[in-house]
Design a protein around this ligand. Structure first.
Ligand SMILES: Cc1cc2nc3c(=O)[nH]c(=O)nc-3n(C[C@H](O)[C@H](O)[C@H](O)COP(=O)(O)OP(=O)(O)OC[C@H]3O[C@@H](n4cnc5c(N)ncnc54)[C@H](O)[C@@H]3O)c2cc1C
Length: 573
């Protein structure tokens, strides 16, 4: 390694990404592996303090003993318009109570009432599922897991930004990864017998967490993995003024979406669910109201009783609470009427295709967290719920693979090539320009008539603009390591944009967050399938994969109060 000027780390299971998926995958690998199993978790920033997980409320859907797991499964599948891995979702729900006990053993506290029962709430768009919320939100949730991993002997490496996956001398499986220290640029090579990518989906640096840019997903693609769900997205109602995740509960207490005319508009788009519809459906309604000229849009909280209002102008999560404290006395008037809301693009749902065992098509490569394409819609509480579930499964599968995985053998030429490729954009004379390109990319991808209301001609036009930006990107350089990392992220986002637009053109129907104005009906006969994409030699090749329906054999329309009755007619549930 001296000739390569870097560090060499040797491990059994490598986990890339320290959010809820990666933290749980590392714990699971350590627990399932025989004594002495070496597990290494790396993250480009500080494990336990970064990623969506640490910034979230960490509300989590947990099925307690006695809960109707198949009923919850059914409503999650129906709320995904069928685009869900039923086996994986079901197993995650079954395991969720044991994981809750793991979290409590780590010292986390979940709210309980005076009788000692867990405090639980329903969540938007689901009826039977209930969320639990840990005290201290995501920061405590992630940090306590970090401490637990340290105690169990998992090797934690902070500030290691992964830039490539290795195939090694035999070339037939992934044998680890290479990356750079995100501050110093120092090169690292990590040899591993199983590698789990848990780097989340792709956000185009929107929202309040700006380092989720899909690099891991795209590295997996380049290493031969298939990606799926690129046409689906998570566009949530929000306001740039403050972060207010309490919308879910405010609506349960009587808040309502209204337009500039003061009309409550959700009922006309979602007659069954109205304001309690889940996020993609609200986003689409907001885009339609925008098109009708009915903006600005507000969350009318005037129906919330006075004694409950204090609850909504604070947050138990410190960074969120800062917004309210900064607003001071204004918070009350701002929250209760004055603040315009927008449909803000938070992320794509594109992830790595795996089986319900979280193994990808590429030997040695697995996936967990939102980087794994288990669902196209997660609801508030099942983002983390599924990340925890698939992390547990991925860690176990990775350890099972160790029995047959050969000792990895490095290919010096490959490492040298990856080293050169990683540092290639560095040039002290360069200017930091990736953010300018990103802003242009955001303008393309966040436009309502591209990201929410889609049509062939506009998608084609957007593809051309992304292609122009990709050409421009090739001409810029990175004057220092910080910009080098940003360039790698921008490159990933440009590629992701291409995939999102391509998959959106490919799926010629409307379903869930994918709404094609020129194909505005859901078409189960032809499109109850996953859209997969893999490198076809000259760019991505798209294909359909039928979705297995072992538990919900028919995907019924979502109906609120009658859902339980409808469920009885579903075979297997
Ligand atoms: C403000 C906010 C509130 C939310 N609240 C909730 C909630 O209450 N309940 C719920 O279910 N969901 C919630 N969500 C969504 C949920 O937090 C996420 O979907 C979930 O945490 C994703 O977990 P993950 O492990 O997939 O990714 P993350 O937690 O984002 O972790 C991915 C990690 O990968 C690292 N990484 C990325 N690329 C690389 C690379 N190339 N090399 C090394 N490391 C890399 C990142 O630094 C990051 O730490 C919320 C999201 C936000 C932003």
């Amino acid at each position: 390694m001296d000739q390569l000027d870097g560090n060499l780390i040797d491990t059994d299971v490598l986990v890339v990404g320290g959010g809820s998926g990666g933290l749980m995958a590392a714990l699971s690998a350590k627990r399932h592996g025989p004594p002495g199993t070496r597990v290494t978790l790396v993250d480009s920033w500080l494990i336990g303090r970064t990623g969506h997980t640490a910034f979230s409320n960490a509300w989590t859907i947990v099925a307690l003993p006695g809960d109707d797991i198949d009923g919850i499964l059914h409503e999650i599948v129906a709320g995904n318009d069928g685009i869900a891995d039923q086996e994986l979702v079901r197993q995650s729900l079954i395991d969720s109570h044991a994981r809750l006990k793991d979290f409590e053993a780590m010292g986390m506290h979940f709210g309980r009432d005076e009788a000692g029962r867990y405090k639980r709430r329903p969540t938007r768009g689901l009826d039977l599922a209930r969320v639990l919320y840990p005290e201290g939100g995501g920061l405590e949730f992630a940090w306590k897991q970090r401490l637990a991993l340290e105690a169990e002997g998992v090797q934690l490496i902070d500030r290691l930004f992964i830039t490539g996956l290795m195939r090694g001398a035999s070339g037939d499986r992934i044998i680890g990864a290479v990356g750079i220290n995100s501050r110093t640029g120092e090169f690292n090579v990590i040899k591993a017998r199983s590698t789990i990518v848990a780097t989340n989906a792709i956000t185009f640096r929107s929202g309040f967490v700006r380092d989720i840019t899909g690099t891991g997903t795209l590295l997996a693609y380049r290493a031969g993995a298939t990606l799926r769900n690129a046409e689906f997205s998570y566009v949530r109602p929000g306001t740039p003024k403050f972060y207010f995740e309490g919308i879910t509960f405010a609506i349960q207490e009587g808040a309502s979406w209204v337009n500039a005319k003061g009309e409550s508009f959700m009922q006309s788009y979602e007659p069954e669910w109205g304001d309690e519809a889940d996020v993609p459906r609200i986003a689409r309604a907001m885009a339609m109201e925008n098109r009708k000229g009915n903006t600005p849009l507000y969350l009318d909280m005037s129906a919330i009783p006075e004694q409950l209002r204090e609850y909504f102008i604070q947050s138990k999560v410190r960074w969120m609470d800062n917004f309210f404290r900064k607003l001071g006395d204004e918070a009350k008037t701002d929250m209760f009427g004055k603040t315009p809301y927008y449909a803000l693009n938070q992320m794509t749902k594109m992830g790595i295709r795996t089986g319900a065992d979280c193994r990808s098509d590429v030997p040695g490569l697995l996936s967990a967290g939102l980087a794994q394409a288990g669902c196209a819609n997660h609801f508030a509480g099942f983002h983390i719920g599924l990340c925890v579930g698939n992390g547990w499964i991925a860690g176990r599968s990775a350890v099972e693979d160790l029995d047959t995985a050969p000792q990895p053998s490095l290919d010096a030429a490959e490492v040298r090539a990856l080293h050169a490729e990683t540092h290639q954009p560095l040039n002290e004379q360069g200017k930091a320009e990736s953010d300018r390109i990103l802003r242009d990319l955001q303008a393309v991808m966040f436009a309502y008539d591209i990201g929410i209301l889609k049509r062939e001609d506009r998608l084609q036009n957007a593809l051309e603009r992304v292609s122009t930006l990709s050409d421009e990107f090739k001409t810029i350089a990175a004057p220092h390591t910080h910009e080098l990392v940003r360039m790698k992220e921008t490159e990933a986002m440009l590629l992701a944009a291409r995939f999102i637009l391509g998959a959106s053109l490919y799926r010629t129907e409307s379903r869930l967050s994918h709404f094609r104005e020129d194909h505005d009906q859901r078409d189960d006969n032809n499109w109850l399938v996953w859209v997969d994409l893999a490198e076809g030699g000259n760019g991505p090749a798209f294909s359909k994969t039928p979705i297995p329906t072992p538990y919900c054999s028919v995907v019924l329309p979502r109906r609120k109060p009658s859902r339980l009755a409808a469920r009885q007619s579903v075979a297997g549930v």
